[in-house]
Design a protein around this ligand. Structure first.
Ligand SMILES: NC(=O)c1ccc[n+]([C@@H]2O[C@H](COP(=O)([O-])OP(=O)(O)OC[C@H]3O[C@@H](n4cnc5c(N)ncnc54)[C@H](O)[C@@H]3O)[C@@H](O)[C@H]2O)c1
Ligand SMILES: O=C(O)[C@H](O)COP(=O)(O)O
Length: 528
């Protein structure tokens, strides 16, 4: 099998060796696409690898009929429409660790350049201007650095600033008092950081919650003469508000690596002497580029070869160890979902999935997604996959709940899927039997032992002599061979079930004739 891979932004050639070494990867490296050209050609590709330049919009994704994976060789995924990717079942992976160090070092370089006006002085000297008064700076020692967003990069910047003998105060929604204490930093609300800091650096992702996080009101709260650094994303700081704050002398200086619109040429902020800038170079080191390209290429190869990805963005990430434990249940969970959907002809309101036994100790969301995939594929078709199954369930309004219990219920692991409809609940349970593979072991309250494969006929009937025989006779007349048969009953002479696996597809008219047999209440054919 050959996969077509498009690399549409400049990636390190050394870093893409996992793609080069893998079999069946047809790699196209072509940068500088217009949105129209990319939209026109994207259907040719199975995988797309980008940095921050290529805008992977909903329009492009809508045309990406063969695209399976988008790899972002870097951290920020604000150039990719994640909702559209998820809806189309396209997994997005990034490389969250590879450029942390480079971005932190670049932030420190910007901080020090800003404090000592090095770019301005250098520029003047290049123009043969020797001015030692104009470029007097400030020390970092004993100043307070405010860090907004204390994730990978923010934390590295904080540690380096401490090396410069700065005090650090940070805000991050996940920053606990224990962590702050351990790092030897102060912490508070965004307002606390804004009020107390002499230098402020932002390290959040750009999302709707962080868009213009630093706005006119935020500048108002800051100390007079504050200096600002943005090596995260353009748009976290409101550029108009920053311009006004510099012109009004509230802000002494700003160091910007990123802009709301890139490339940022002829930008208003760049006309100000107080602003120093680089053209989005935070991750532009040999080391970072090689590292992010390796990480993302490896994930693309893994995914296209049916393996596990390490850095999914639109799926929860699951460790390799956990994946090894739960992967054998993928097929069973999908089959249980598909079987139950086949049994249910009413609108589903709620799905409850019960994980009993050893499995309860693991992250099971991939199994839940596989169950939903099996269920929803029945009506929504083949384009439902593990990436978009939960998205579709949410959109349809199906409430999905996971329940875990370490009680083994007689099996090492038992998966029970239950759906709630207008008229009640239906459930199916399955397990993996040692050496024997997947089994359906319970349908509603009936104990069975059926391999979840092929053509299954589920019959509800009255527990009466002759009922089973009549079904067998009719199927024989239609030349339908019964491979296995399980029967169960609630009470002697009461409600009962037959679960048959047959060797070929059963036609709707044959099902109708089965339903007409004496003592037969209902017949459902389910293909798995
Ligand atoms: N200039 C560059 O070349 C460059 C390089 C790498 C990363 N980046 C940017 O830096 C960003 C951060 O990267 P990272 O690796 O540290 O990511 P990260 O996910 O490790 O950290 C982001 C942190 O921001 C925090 N956060 C989210 N919303 C917040 C809010 N409203 N207020 C305060 N904190 C908030 C999160 O809790 C998290 O701890 C990336 O999203 C990317 O856009 C830029
Ligand atoms: O989010 C990131 O990783 C950085 O902004 C790097 O972007 P780049 O890959 O375009 O250099």
């Amino acid at each position: 099998m050959t996969f077509n891979i498009l690399i549409s932004d400049p990636l390190s050639e050394d870093g893409i060796y996992p793609l080069r070494q893998a079999e069946g990867m047809n790699i196209v490296i072509e940068t500088g696409w217009s949105p129209e050209d990319l939209a026109n050609r994207i259907s040719e590709f199975d995988a797309l690898l980008v940095r921050s330049q290529t805008q992977v919009t909903a329009e492009i994704i809508a045309k990406a009929t063969n695209l399976k994976i988008i790899g972002r060789a870097g951290v920020g995924v604000d150039n990719i429409d994640l909702t559209a990717a998820t809806e189309h079942g396209i997994i997005v992976v990034n490389a969250p660790d590879g450029n942390t160090n480079s971005a932190a070092e670049h932030t420190m370089a910007m901080l020090m350049s800003l404090a000592r006006k090095i770019p301005q002085a250098f520029h003047a000297l290049k123009n043969n201007e020797w001015d030692r008064k104009k470029y007097v700076g400030v020390e970092l020692k004993n100043k307070t650095l405010g860090v907004i967003g204390l994730g990978r990069i923010g934390a590295e910047v904080a540690a380096r600033a401490q090396g410069q003998r700065m005090n650090v105060i940070a805000y991050d929604p996940f920053l606990t008092a224990e962590k702050a204490l351990k790092m030897g930093i102060d912490f508070g609300s965004v307002e606390d950081v804004l009020r107390k800091a002499d230098f402020i650096t932002v390290h959040t992702p750009l999302m709707k919650e962080t868009k213009h996080l630093i706005n006119a009101e935020a500048f108002r709260l800051m100390k007079d003469g504050v200096q600002i650094i943005n090596c995260a994303r353009g748009g976290i700081i409101d550029e108009e508000a920053l311009y006004d704050a510099i012109v009004s002398k509230k802000v002494d200086g700003a160091a910007l690596d990123v802009f709301e619109q890139e490339p940022a040429v002829n930008h208003k902020l760049l006309t100000l002497a107080e602003v120093i800038a680089t053209p989005h170079l935070g991750a532009s080191t040999i080391e970072a580029q090689e590292s992010v390209a390796i990480d993302v290429s490896q994930d693309v190869v893994n995914f296209l070869n049916g393996g596990v990805v390490r850095n999914p963005v639109n799926l929860p990430s699951v460790s390799k160890e956990v994946m090894l434990k739960i992967e054998p249940y993928f097929n069973l969970s999908e089959k249980l979902g598909a079987f139950l959907m086949g049994l249910t002809d009413e609108v589903i309101r709620e799905v409850n999935i019960y994980y009993s036994g050893d499995l309860a100790g693991f992250e099971v969301s991939p199994l839940t997604r596989n169950t939903l995939k099996g269920m929803l594929k029945r009506h929504l078709g083949e384009h439902v996959n593990e990436v978009n199954a939960k998205f579709f369930a949410d959109r349809i309004g199906i409430q999905v709940n996971e329940h875990k219990s370490t009680a083994s219920k007689g099996f090492t692991n038992l998966l029970t899927v239950e759906v709630t409809t207008e008229s009640g609940t239906r459930r199916v349970a399955g397990t993996l039997l040692n050496g024997l593979g997947a089994r359906i072991v319970k349908v509603d309250n009936y104990i069975v032992d059926v391999v979840p494969e092929g053509h299954i006929v589920f019959i509800k009937h009255k527990d009466q002599p002759g009922a089973i025989g009549r079904v067998g006779t009719l199927l024989a007349k239609e030349n339908i061979n019964i491979a296995t048969m399980q029967v169960g009953r609630s009470t002697l002479g009461g409600d009962a079930i037959m679960m048959l696996t047959i060797d070929k597809h059963i036609e709707p008219n044959e099902i109708e004739r089965l339903k007409e047999l004496e003592d037969i209440y209902d017949v459902t054919a389910i293909g798995l």
